[in-house]
Design a protein around this ligand. Structure first.
Ligand code: PA5
Length: 471
């Protein structure tokens, strides 16, 4: 088979997401890049990681990969979204971490950049708000701005007991009253477990299910991501089609035929062989800024783990091109050689503008006239990749054909499969987060939750009492 038809087989047609690894390998980067031998040396681990993933999938533990096919959930979610959007103007998402980052990434990527400011008919769905944190200034500011009678609330928590989410939910129910809460609230949580499920049943709240085997940061294709997206007018069937198409592309065991495995293996090799442990996701599209936040959580919380007596995990960072060319880029170019840049390029912008010619006769800016804004952004990405490569600094580029639901489905599924596979390469459990539990214990103790008294001793020990160290 000729190289070009190989490439076509791997990439499908150009309407699909692709990943360009050229500036990560030794052909261009010499010893700073990875060689075919680096990948081949890892062969036994790659095979083992594939076997772990396949057997976990058979055992129903990779449930996030099965979400795109759940037609009943899709229909149920669309029907709840229609009911909400037919009655209310605003939807406030009460959730944090994976219960907020996924829907926020979809909203910002796929809706008009100023969706919340539009009016119908330009605004094709509800206005969405993500207070996320329990910072009172944000929450009070938002609640004081939205008319509560025109607002619905989606309370999202997989565990059903997250403090930040409950603080906001309790405030909302108290303010609405229990009758209005029955009309204005939807609970998204585990089908059986947790306080939110129990309360939703007792209070008669509408509810949607987060499948038991799907954790927060892997839940974007469950109602967690789908309900807000559908309410905002996003075509969630197309989103799931894109995700499903990526699942099918990522079923092969050979990494050179599997984009998620290739992505995960490349990042793993840079971290462990080349000591490039900081992975900077840098989309050249403002619409993907929040996708960067979603990636940071996924990569950090899944892979930052204790392993035997040691610790593993790359450090994810989020940047946005071209904005961060005027900020982080200096560090990427001349700072420590511990970083790998992961560009995202979008081939077809949702809108483009032409830079006018002849407005002024200025020798240092006239060259811009006649080019498109998108052309400028694309040139800046290519220039940054070139500048990094010329310094022996590797990068790769994820190319999205457009910012449409199908392409977002592909992108978010790609990263989730890559994360799970990377977890198996690091030989850690990617689906838990034991490290964040300790902090929750101390919070509960500090706020007087019964059963958490034993954390008091550590709290007293580490209370800052030595004034000599307070400036
Ligand atoms: O990925 C995860 O599991 C976490 O980041 C959770 O999403 C986050 O802690 C919120 O948890 P919950 O959805 O249970 O409220």
């Amino acid at each position: 088979m000729r190289a070009s038809s190989h490439a076509r087989d791997r990439l499908g047609d150009m309407n699909h997401l692709s990943i360009d690894f050229n500036l990560a390998v030794d052909q261009h980067l010499k010893s700073a890049g990875l060689s075919k031998a680096d990948y081949e040396r890892l062969s036994p681990q790659l095979q083992q990681a594939h076997e772990v993933l396949t057997s976990k999938r058979k055992a129903g533990k990779m449930a996030f990969m099965d979400l795109p096919k759940q037609q009943t959930v899709l229909q149920e979610t669309i029907s709840v979204a229609k009911k909400l959007s037919g009655t209310f103007e605003n939807l406030v998402i009460l959730g944090i971490g994976g219960s907020s980052l996924g829907p926020k990434a979809l909203f910002t990527a796929l809706c008009h950049p100023f969706h919340n400011f539009l009016r119908p008919p330009q605004q094709k769905g509800m206005r969405l708000f993500f207070p996320d944190n329990s910072d009172p200034s944000t929450f009070a500011g938002l609640m004081g701005t939205l008319g509560l009678e025109r607002t619905a609330f989606a309370a999202i928590t997989k565990s059903g007991g997250t403090a930040e989410t409950w603080a906001q939910l309790l405030w909302v129910v108290d303010r609405l009253g229990k009758d209005a809460a029955r009309r204005q609230l939807v609970a998204l949580t585990d089908p059986e477990k947790g306080s939110l499920r129990a309360t939703a049943r007792a209070e008669g709240w509408q509810a949607l299910e987060i499948p038991p085997a799907v954790g927060g940061r892997f839940s974007v294709f469950s109602p967690v991501g789908l309900l807000p997206a559908a309410a905002a007018g996003i075509d969630i069937a197309e989103l799931l089609n894109g995700a499903q198409s990526m699942v099918e592309r990522c079923e092969k065991g050979n990494i050179f035929e599997n984009p998620a495995y290739m992505l995960a293996t490349t990042l793993y090799l840079f971290d462990t062989y080349k000591k490039r442990s900081t992975h900077v996701l840098m989309p050249y599209a403002d619409a993907l800024r929040e996708t960067g936040d979603w990636f940071v959580q996924l990569w950090a919380e899944s892979l930052g783990k204790k392993k035997g007596d040691g610790f593993v995990g790359p450090t994810p960072l989020r940047a946005v091109g071209a904005t961060d060319q005027h900020s982080l880029l200096q560090l990427l170019m001349e700072g420590p050689e511990d970083k790998l840049t992961l560009f995202i390029a979008v081939d077809e912008p949702r809108e483009d503008l032409k830079i006018p010619e002849g407005v002024f006769d200025l020798s240092d800016v006239s060259y811009l006239g006649g080019h498109g804004f998108h052309e400028l952004l694309s040139a800046e990405r290519q220039a940054t990749a070139t500048a990094l490569a010329a310094q022996g600094r590797p990068s790769l580029c994820i190319r999205m054909p457009s910012l449409r639901p199908f392409a977002m489905g592909e992108l978010l599924m790609l990263w989730q499969i890559a994360t799970a596979y990377a977890g198996f390469l690091y030989e850690i459990e990617p689906f838990d987060q034991p490290g964040v539990e300790a902090g929750k214990r101390y919070t509960c103790c500090l706020l007087g939750r019964p059963g958490y008294e034993s954390a008091q001793q550590d709290i007293q020990t580490y209370k800052a009492t030595n004034k000599a160290w307070i400036f």
